[in-house]
Design a protein around this ligand. Structure first.
Ligand SMILES: *[C@@H]1O[C@H](CO)[C@@H](O)[C@H](O)[C@H]1NC(C)=O
Ligand SMILES: *[C@@H]1O[C@H](CO)[C@@H](O)[C@H](O)[C@H]1NC(C)=O
Length: 310
């Protein structure tokens, strides 16, 4: 029963692979790992030595190449495309990152894949954030156009992504004491190793257990950006605060004062509208239940911030 991970050398894919093998949830020779680069293939070498098959495919390849990459797989874990620039300037349906996903999914359909596991994101659906648009479109596609089984996993916001939310904070040399953001509320930050473990357990379980389900994988302990500011202040020994400003002011600040690309800033800034609606404080016990099965507890956000500032 071969299982494929699309994007196995990326941070989430690799964490899933590691958990699958370290915990003995599957045997390596049942795994097909796709990667888009030779650096990725290098990273997968250990798994390959244990018997996993590595296949090269990237989002620019045609559907035929994707069919070859997914040939013979029963289950496919699809990690979303990271080509965020495709989403900029309000890309219409079928032109954003979902286009990458649709191609892989059409290929999976053509070669008879039975079960798709899709790594979505832990915002509401529908969301006010543009970050979620490609995920919403892909979730809808799975519900309407996929005839096999599917599982939608809305992945908690990565522990290590806090600088992005925290006013594009520049860890090594950000001297700001006041960081403008366009909205704040609690976020259920989740560490990548914890996500790797929980996704691996879901992926390795009998297909029926998760068929046609949607869940969140998020820590129940949530922290606002204001809370993160307090963590940074403590670690740096100086006061760092967030200042909530209107979205337009936020966009102007990051484009004009910090020299960031406008299409990116505009795409990103609506995430703060989602925060104002409290979209990222997630109440779903799934992550903690799954980690509990392996006698693990989620890692705490304070530790993450400390590790990254160190
Ligand atoms: C499902 O597929 C049809 C035909 O390709 C397409 O028109 C429709 O938009 C798809 N649905 C979704 C939700 O993408
Ligand atoms: C945060 O994420 C990084 C990158 O995956 C990981 O190495 C680290 O252990 C995580 N830290 C905590 C405290 O969860």
């Amino acid at each position: 029963m071969p299982l494929a991970i699309v994007g196995a050398s990326g941070s989430l894919g690799f964490a899933i692979l590691k958990a699958l093998l370290d915990q003995g949830l599957v045997i390596a020779s049942d795994l097909i790992l796709t990667t888009s680069s030779s650096a990725g293939a290098q990273k997968l070498q250990d798994a390959a030595l244990k018997g996993a098959v590595t296949r090269h495919v990237n989002w620019d390849d045609d559907q035929g190449a994707w069919e070859a990459a997914l040939q013979g797989c029963d289950k496919v874990f699809l990690i979303s495309s990271s080509r965020i620039a495709k989403d900029f300037n309000d890309a219409p349906l079928g032109q954003g990152r979902e286009a990458d996903h649709f191609k892989a999914l059409e290929a999976a359909k053509a070669v008879g894949v039975e079960h798709i596991y899709y790594a979505s994101l832990a915002f509401a659906n529908p969301s006010k954030s543009d970050v979620m648009t490609a995920h919403e479109r892909t979730e809808n596609w799975l519900k309407q156009n996929w005839s096999g089984k599917y599982t939608i996993i809305r992945e908690g916001l990565y522990n290590e992504s806090w600088p992005l939310y925290f006013g594009h904070y520049n860890i090594p040399d950000d001297e700001r004491t006041e960081v403008p953001i366009a909205g704040d509320s609690k976020i259920s930050w989740t560490s990548i190793p914890d996500l790797g473990m929980a996704n691996a357990i879901i992926f390795a379980a009998p297909s029926e257990e998760w068929a046609d389900k949607t869940c969140y994988l998020s820590q129940s302990q949530a922290h606002s950006l204001n809370d993160v500011a307090a963590m940074i202040s403590k670690l740096k020994g100086k006061d760092v605060r967030v200042k909530v400003v209107p979205r337009e002011e936020h966009e102007t600040f990051y484009v004009q004062k910090r020299g960031m690309e406008e299409p990116f800033v505009k795409w990103w800034s609506k995430s703060y509208d989602a925060l104002r609606d409290n979209e990222c404080e997630i109440q779903d016990p799934t992550l903690e239940l799954l980690l509990g099965k392996q006698s693990l507890k989620p890692k705490q956000m304070e530790a993450t911030v400390a590790e990254m500032l160190a």
